[in-house]
Design a protein around this ligand. Structure first.
Ligand code: ZN
Length: 284
């Protein structure tokens, strides 16, 4: 169904060459998977508004990267968990050649580990005037009128630490959906599926940089994505992404070209046309 819609939309664009006067393009959400080496940073963009899921490691020049993309303000920054490769980028946000973006809200999950990094980032965020807030499963908010963001993990009960405490973010437009799992590993994936047994996503950020500790076959088979992206550092010492993860992804996606990687392709971006399709627009 989605494929047919995508095909129809492609045909319209191809036959017209460009949109006619009376046609306006559908609203779109851009998802930039920034090449931050071994780490994760995803920039959402919609009608001049920006938001960030994770910030990559420190010393990668996040402020300059964001400045180059025209980001002066972030509506929110969501930190999946307090590991350096996901939150360290916020530590040196003021150290770039260019001014750091203003941050309206700093959201974070209930990871009990990484106390030093958490305290350092939260204190910086408060100094910058950001609203600082803990988010938990079931919390929802909108980005623009059409995209709904929801926290799926971790739940408010229990204590979660390290990778399995990763905040899992679901984005949907009423028809299509995307799933961002941070570094969630197999234990977290199983518990998440027990809470949401029918969970599906068209687009998947592959957990923990493609580690063998994440992306179990039952999890991938349930999510059944048609596009997957692995944010991972070139020649990293952990052997990410592992051969077994790539094989499982190829099996589920049915086509290895639907697996994108920042280590071999650089920064990538997808364009999500409201309720029509999610296209990989290549490198940026
Ligand atoms: Zn990580």
């Amino acid at each position: 169904m989605v494929f047919l819609l995508l095909l129809a939309w492609g045909t319209i664009l191809a036959s017209c060459g460009q949109l006619t006067e009376n046609e306006s393009p559908p609203p779109s959400l851009k998802m930039h998977v920034l090449n931050v080496g071994q780490g994760l940073a995803i920039l959402f963009e919609h009608e001049g508004h920006f938001a960030l899921f994770d910030a990559g490691p420190d010393s990668i020049g996040l402020a300059d990267t964001l400045y180059a993309r025209g980001v002066k303000k972030l509506d929110w920054v969501l930190v999946s968990h307090w590991h350096r490769d996901h939150a360290g980028g916020l530590l040196d946000l003021s150290a770039g050649k260019n001014p750091r973006p203003e941050i309206e809200a700093l959201l974070y999950g209930s990871d009990t580990a990484g106390v030093w990094l958490r305290d350092s980032v939260l204190s910086l965020a408060k100094k910058w005037g950001a609203l600082v807030r803990l988010v938990e499963r079931s919390e929802t908010w909108d980005f623009g009128e059409n995209w709904h963001f929801r926290i799926l993990w971790p739940p408010s009960y229990g204590r979660w630490g390290e990778n399995n405490a990763s905040t899992v973010l679901q984005v949907d437009d009423g028809v299509l959906s995307a799933l961002f799992t941070g570094d969630l590993e197999k234990e977290g994936e199983a518990k998440l599926l027990s809470l949401a047994p029918t969970l599906h996503a068209d687009f998947l950020q592959v957990g923990h940089h493609g580690s063998s500790q994440s992306s179990t076959l039952p999890f991938l088979a349930q999510i059944e994505p048609t596009n997957a992206v692995i944010s991972v550092g070139k020649d990293n010492p952990y052997g990410h992404p592992t051969y077994s993860t790539l094989r499982k992804l190829t099996l589920i996606l049915g086509d290895s070209t639907r697996i994108s990687r920042t280590d071999t392709q650089g920064s990538l971006f997808w364009e999500w046309a409201f309720q029509i399709g999610i296209w990989n627009r290549g490198v940026f």
